[in-house]
Ligand binder design. Structure first.
Ligand code: GAL
Length: 667
């Protein structure tokens, strides 16, 4: 966090929407928040229609009462600008501010976040209500943070209307300066796509055949930037009124949301916060939490806040599963283990009406006589016991390269295989490291890599020259680099790097591929080490590297599948196929052992291990996701913080439970 949150210890709370309830209920809210140990709530997120009943007329009386009430009860407010849900009157006055989808269909209001990000009328109205709010509450003693908007891009990341088209053209003019440069970058000599006038350029609306890939990629960059500019505009209004109050907006570093390039966003936030929800179909969702937490910590460059997750089921999946016994606690503490200095839920009180009436909350429909409420109260006590962990950060010897440009480009149409998913590929490499208890940071391709022993690039289809030089330079200077197939293939404009694959990494990897042989969805090739490869194979020729494993059958029998190359004073590994999980785990184990990477602590399979390092102590998080008790060696001078008991030499983490151990700093 680049700015400190003025709430002690690990903040605890959730979205609080008292405007949805009669005021008699509020007193009970305050009493129960005290019982649960709530210290901060996010308010006003979707209240625009109540604050501004008609254009330019305001009624802040209810919000005044809410903020005063919170303050009187010692609860801090993360005060939201309500701009994620413009009122009906706004759309009646400005129907052209409603977004248009790819097929040219204009959407209607009656939900939330149905506005065009490039609409001048929306921007003006959003900044006006933000200014009113900022000036009114700049000095309110309850307000500790601004919550700008809500989950930018969740429902309206892309709008294809004429206003967006004009804004896209402005963005392109900034990027390319001349049409000639754009035409070359987009390769528009292909299929007669050459543009002679800026006005000829449209958003990549629905077409009969495949769109131009660079057009589509620039569109995604533009859409992320258009929303970022809205965030910055609101933040600047808030800063002007209250320069000392930090601003955040809740990210969605989550399984499927990929609309925003958060590397560009994160530096613009005073405090990075994230929302994370489980997928009911994910049988190892604890790994998704860890991955997302490590990525958010890396974006933040330190501690961050979990702004939303759920106590139980959500309401937006085909089947919404409740959490299993102890899962609420394990999930929340797993986020803390990965650097969260605040834990919050959507939402405080389960809604009676509206689109989210079947979403879980801290206070369920059943009231306090419920398992969720008991778990919420217990978690409040846990977080109080962890107050001293605040500010401590993780340290890692391994970095995984994560890049939204590479993600977008990989998933464009007309790839050699439509089966490749960036997140799945990254997760498949992350998972064995998680299982082994290895700490991981995520980095952008041009990051300073000097503190890492091992840098892994599971999927880096697109890489610009600077990023490629940074990664190969890391190996040259003695680091270990691991590269996944179909990486280094195209430059920042999505142009193929010629002369053999994998383009930008060919020399460092000491290989040369002349043809790609992607595999069908159910196809497997046998590997010489006994494993199998899926998804991908390619005709690799060694140019300095050694073959570690080769294909045993199929059209490439005898061709290297996994290679290792001495590059400069370091090592570069290439995985030209997607090994089965056990083979990949064994391989990554070998790679990291050779690179000298340590595990955080040896622990039985299924016991998650993570460490945060404070100025005076290490905090070892042990999260037992199994149904067996686990015994973990710890320092003889350790204390288990959740129980407050000394743990001399070993700690037992019962099945499904969590321990957090304070240990003296180790080198
Ligand atoms: C988030 C959103 C919340 C709530 C939640 C339900 O995407 O920010 O307002 O809708 O999902 O899971």
């Amino acid at each position: 966090m680049s700015r400190a949150l003025n709430v002690p210890g690990i903040a605890y709370g959730g979205d609080y929407n008292p405007e949805q309830w009669p005021e008699e209920v509020w007193a009970e809210d305050m009493r129960l928040m005290a019982e649960a140990g709530v210290t901060m709530v996010s308010v006003n997120i979707f209240s625009w229609a109540l604050l501004e009943p008609s254009e330019g007329t305001y009624d802040f009386s209810r919000l005044d009462r809410i903020l005063d009430l919170l303050h009187a009860h010692g609860i801090a407010a993360d005060l939201a600008t309500p701009t994620a849900a413009p009122p009906a009157w706004f759309f009646v006055a400005h129907p052209d501010a409603l977004p248009v989808d790819k097929d040219g269909r204009r959407l209607s209001y009656g939900s939330r976040q149905t506005f065009c990000p490039s609409s001048p009328a929306y921007r003006e109205a959003a900044l006006r209500i933000t200014g009113e709010l900022a000036r009114r509450y700049a000095d309110h003693p309850a307000v500790v943070m601004w919550h700008v908007h809500n989950e930018y891009g969740c429902h309206n990341a892309e709008c294809y209307c004429d206003t967006s088209a004009a804004a896209f053209r402005d963005w392109l003019q900034d990027r390319y300066a001349s049409l000639d440069a754009l035409n070359h970058a987009w390769g528009t000599t292909f299929w007669s796509q050459w543009y002679y006038d800026w006005d000829q350029i449209l958003p990549p609306r629905a077409t009969g055949a495949v769109p131009n890939p660079t057009h589509r990629l620039d569109w995604r960059r533009f859409c992320s930037d258009a929303l970022l500019s809205l965030y910055e505009a609101e933040r600047d209004v808030l800063r002007e009124a209250a320069p000392d109050t930090p601003a955040t907006t809740n990210f969605m570093v989550n399984f499927s949301f990929d609309a925003l390039d958060y590397w560009r966003w994160a530096p613009e936030l005073d405090i990075v916060s994230n929302d994370h929800y489980l997928q009911s179909t994910d049988t190892a969702s604890e790994i998704d939490i860890a991955l997302s937490g490590d990525l958010v910590r890396s974006l933040a460059g330190g501690p961050w806040l979990l702004m939303e997750h759920s106590t139980g089921a959500v309401n937006w999946q085909p089947v919404n599963r409740a959490k299993t016994a102890g899962q609420l606690r394990r999930n929340a503490l797993s986020h803390v283990a990965r650097g969260a200095d605040g834990i919050a839920y959507f939402q405080w009180r389960a809604a009676k009406a509206g689109a989210e009436q079947w979403h879980s909350a801290m206070l369920p429909h059943a009231g306090t006589d419920s398992q969720i409420w008991r778990d919420v109260v217990r978690l409040g006590a846990d977080l109080r016991a962890l107050a001293e962990v605040r500010g401590a950060v993780g340290t890692a010897e391994v970095a995984i390269v994560w890049d939204w440009n590479a993600r977008w480009a990989l998933e464009l149409p007309s790839q050699p295989s439509a089966e490749l998913r960036f997140l799945d590929l990254v997760r498949s490499w992350y998972e064995p490291l998680w299982r082994a208890g290895v700490a991981v940071d995520f980095v952008r391709p041009d990051a300073d890599l000097s503190s890492y022993r091992l840098v892994l690039a599971p999927s880096l289809y697109l890489i610009d020259d600077e990023g490629a030089a940074n990664l190969t330079g890391f190996a040259e200077r003695g680091g270990t680099l691991g590269v996944g197939f179909h990486s280094g293939m195209v430059d920042a404009n999505c142009h193929v790097r010629l002369g053999g694959y994998p383009g930008a990494f060919r020399e460092a990897l000491g290989v040369h591929t002349d043809e790609l042989f992607p595999l069908l969805p159910d196809e497997r090739v046998r590997l010489s080490d006994g494993g199998t490869g899926t998804l991908w194979s390619e005709r690799v020729r060694l140019e300095g590297a050694q073959a570690v494993t080769s294909y045993q059958d199929g059209p490439l029998a005898g061709v290297p599948a996994i290679t290792r190359n001495a590059h400069g004073s370091g090592t570069a590994w290439y995985l030209a196929t997607h090994p089965d999980p056990a083979t990949l785990a064994a391989l990554l184990d070998r790679i990291r052992t050779e690179a000298g990477v340590q595990t955080v602590r040896e622990a039985p399979e299924g016991v998650e291990v993570a460490r945060r390092r404070g100025p005076d102590a290490d905090y070892l998080f042990l999260i037992n996701h199994t149904d067996r008790d686990a015994h973990i060696p710890v320092s003889p001078e350790a204390t288990e913080l959740l129980s407050g008991k000394p743990a001399t030499g070993s700690v037992t983490v019962p099945a499904g439970e969590v321990a957090v151990v304070r240990e003296p700093l180790r080198g």
